[in-house]
Ligand binder design. Sequence first.
Ligand code: C2E
Ligand code: MG
Ligand code: MG
Ligand code: MG
Length: 299
Amino acid sequence: HADIAMYRAKKLGRNNFQFYTPSMNEDAMERVRIEGALRNALERDEFVLHYQPQVDLATGEIVGMEALLRWQHPEMGMVAPSRFIGVAEETGLIVQIGAWVMRAACQQNQTWQDEGLGKLRVAVNLSARQFGAANLIADIRRVLAETGLAPACLEIELTESLFMSDVTLAVELLHGMKALGVNLSIDDFGTGYSSLSYLSRFPIDVLKIDRSFVAEITRDSNDAAIVASIIALAHNLKLAVIAEGVETEEQLDYLRRHGCDEMQGYYFSRPLPAEEFEQLVRQQRRLPLLDAMAPEILV
Ligand code: C2E
Ligand code: MG
Ligand code: MG
Ligand code: MG
């Protein structure tokens, strides 16, 4: 059993190498349980999307949101993405789940636009398995056509790891997606191992600074320098830049002083169920939520 647990632990892949510990069997058991339950989750309608606002740092306005997957299991309760996305990727289930996410996010955004919530942009995370799957471009095109969402209102978040295995294929797929008119962003920017040269070869629109750098901005001068450099790099390449994981006013101030375009984080709002997100947008149209932003709004 120890061997099997070890083997599975290794198979978990990215950043997940672990030494065997007594809790290992429990972890392995949990994964088996999650894998079984995950197979039925789509038909049982157990997934839901939460939305986290993305805020324009110059105006303080909500300009978009990231759709984040939540799994409400009848017995296990709310299962966090960190507990099931890896399993979904390993088993390939992420391809169908990801297709559901794409459709649900576009549908919701179009519904909100129909209801007068404004022209918001929705960001959807794309996994490596989806990226490699056949028909990716055609599927996105169909979702846009069927939901009626303007391509400019969809942003696709990719991670650097997607580009590493087959650069030629990546260039082709990214240009294919770009040709649809959607926005492309690099999620968790700065944490991958890929070379910067892809930035000039790929049609990217946005860099999304990983929250591990943002977390230490005010305590670690190296992280502060990295964040300032990513913002400058993005702007020199004529890309937009958004910071994720903004939790404090100090972090917000630093990002604004360095010209970061947008931010996302608990300081402004946690990911919210659709109804609450909608309320937040309507509310902030009347009253800016961020005191720190009021002076600029008045300008
Ligand atoms: P991500 O795409 O980098 O998403 C940002 C994560 O940071 C979210 O965690 C979000 O709740 C969290 N976050 C946002 N603001 C803050 C903050 O101020 N402080 C802290 N500590 N955390 C913050 P979540 O929702 O648990 O998702 C985790 C990861 O799971 C995501 O990271 C993404 O890689 C993956 N994921 C989520 N939904 C999907 C999906 O629909 N498809 C795929 N392929 N992956 C998804
Ligand atoms: Mg993301
Ligand atoms: Mg991210
Ligand atoms: Mg991240």
